[in-house]
Design a protein around this ligand. Structure first.
Ligand SMILES: Cc1cc2nc3c(=O)[nH]c(=O)nc-3n(C[C@H](O)[C@H](O)[C@H](O)COP(=O)(O)OP(=O)(O)OC[C@H]3O[C@@H](n4cnc5c(N)ncnc54)[C@H](O)[C@@H]3O)c2cc1C
Length: 490
């Protein structure tokens, strides 16, 4: 009795708005976690408060409880406690979801923070690595490299968690050559909704393995992955050009040339992106000789109207650092945040009308926006991309044929991003969509768009794979333990 009184007294603000039923559910959950000896963070402690700060400070949630398991058994017990008390369970890795899906994407979830599952063990002979899902990319890359100069294909930001990135995509500086992060998963150990631990691979629970690679958050808590690794390339051409389109027509000309090149001529060894903003850059990495690079790039640069920039030759770790906005090694507690709204588009092809609409919107609305916005075009697909050489239904990731991975991002550095500003990016997507009748553009859940309804999210994130995913959800999580506002089956 005394324990419950103390417990209830410590629940603070979360409870002040909660109903009696919610309060008793929360107490039962805490009791269950305590009985099973699952480590948790006390509400109001410094670690708890810090852990609830997501990368996107605009989108914050209050969990029912916050577990920090140290063993797989703890993860299993946490899932069992959530299921028993009808509290949705959410795994958190790096906390970088744009919609704070690692905090549940809504109030009231049991968070299972995988921070203690961050080991990286390389088998240098087999060129494989077992990687815990709680590690951050910069630390993972460094640990892989220290064990026989191994590497995997992954994203650019060193603070992103390997868990969320790998389960929903994972595009980075070598993806056109080596595929997405999820294309290099050989197997995954998963705690299911019924709290059993299974391995998913092409030969074990193959349908679960299919779903995990693109929609993983809705199917279980992955404790570790086994990845295929490669020996890090050490002589890489890193380029960064400056680009100032003088008008909507100049931007449209550059985008048309870039799209044509990416679709038809961009080889796997060339990875690049156009970052359109107040300052605009065209940057990337080429894994080949300088002579071949010049032969490939000079005609494209000329068509795009780009003349100034820098080209250097870098080792693997320096290549990663060139794009990481800071050191690879991450500090604890992690405390880098932004305040923003973001959207994405994964177009297979932007018609001339769509490119014109995009460019006109940029000229009329973006150039005069004084907030820190950007539109990033990652040259994701096309004939020469390892991503597009996998069929769209081979994994749950549905965007194989997307030429560009486009990220629309609008942020402020002081104060809170106001919802009245959503119209800026929503309007940009609308302009492109209105110019593209009949096209259902894909969107990337790793750039979660909080303004989408459930149905919009399901349709845009998973396209033609969604129906199969709902069937698998009914098999692997029939009681919907792993739910979130935009996840499969929610
Ligand atoms: C600064 C920045 C840079 C980025 N750069 C890139 C990039 O270069 N390329 C790219 O592809 N993406 C990039 N992203 C997007 C990034 O891939 C996603 O935000 C990703 O989901 C973050 O993963 P996380 O583990 O850090 O986030 P979290 O918020 O912890 O998790 C995201 C989702 O994954 C689920 N999840 C996490 N761990 C597990 C697990 N172990 N088992 C089951 N489900 C789990 C969570 O429940 C949640 O639904 C970037 C994001 C940011 C903020």
């Amino acid at each position: 009795m005394a324990y419950h009184i103390l417990l209830l007294a410590s629940l603070g603000i979360w409870l002040s708005n909660a109903s009696p039923a919610t309060i008793s559910k929360r107490a039962a959950l805490d009791d269950c976690l305590k009985t099973a000896s699952v480590p948790t963070l006390a509400s109001g402690s410094a670690d708890y408060t810090q852990s609830l700060k997501p990368f996107n400070l605009r989108v914050t949630f209050k969990p029912a409880a916050y577990a920090v398991p140290a063993t797989v058994k703890h993860v299993q017990d946490a899932v069992a406690c959530g299921a028993k008390n009808s509290v949705q369970v959410t795994a958190k890795s790096g906390g970088h979801s744009y919609g704070s899906h690692g905090l549940g994407g809504e109030d009231g979830h049991l968070i299972v923070d995988m921070r203690n599952f961050a080991s990286v063990t390389v088998d240098q002979t087999a060129q494989t690595a077992v990687i815990g899902t709680g590690g951050r990319l910069g630390d993972v890359a460094t640990a892989l490299y220290s064990q026989g100069k191994q590497a995997i294909s992954h994203g650019t930001c060193p603070g992103v968690g390997v868990g969320g990135l790998s389960l929903h995509g994972g595009y980075g500086l070598i993806s056109r050559l080596k595929g997405l992060t999820l294309d290099n998963i050989l197997s995954a150990d998963v705690v299911l909704a019924n709290s059993t631990l299974v391995t998913a691979s092409p030969t074990q629970n193959a349908d679960l393995f299919w779903a995990l690679r693109g929609a993983g958050a809705a199917f279980g808590i992955v404790t570790n992955f086994k990845f295929r690794t490669f020996t890090a390339p050490e002589s890489n051409i890193v380029f960064n050009y400056y680009f100032s389109p003088s008008s909507a027509t100049a931007l449209a000309t550059a985008l048309t040339a870039l799209q044509d090149f990416t679709r038809n001529s961009q080889p796997p060894e060339l990875n690049m992106r156009l970052f359109l903003s107040g300052f605009t850059t065209f940057s990337g990495v080429y894994y080949g000789t300088r002579a071949d690079y010049d032969k490939l790039m000079n005609p494209l640069l000329s068509k795009m109207g780009i003349s100034s920039g820098s080209v250097s030759t870098n080792t693997w770790l320096n290549t990663l650092t060139s794009f990481s906005n800071g050191p690879l090694k991450q500090v604890t507690p992690y405390d880098t945040h932004e305040n923003f709204f973001a959207k994405s588009l994964m177009p297979e092809y932007l018609s001339p009308a769509a490119i014109t609409a995009l460019s006109n919107y940029w000229s009329a609305n973006a150039r005069s926006n004084s907030r820190s916005w950007y539109l990033l075009f990652d040259c994701h697909g096309g004939k020469g991309s390892a991503i597009s050489n996998v069929s769209a239904d081979a994994t749950a990731y549905a965007h194989r044929n997307a030429t560009f991975k486009m990220q629309f991002y609008d942020r402020i550095y002081n104060g809170n991003y106001d919802s009245s500003w959503f119209g800026f990016l929503n309007g940009w997507i609308k302009a492109i969509s209105d110019a593209s009748p009949g096209v259902n553009f894909g969107m990337y859940i790793n750039y979660a768009d909080t303004s989408l309804t459930k149905d919009e999210a399901h349709s845009h994130y998973w396209l033609g794979n969604y129906e199969k995913l709902t069937k698998l959800k009914a098999v692997w999580d029939p009681t919907k333990v792993f739910e979130g506002p935009q996840l499969v089956g929610s």
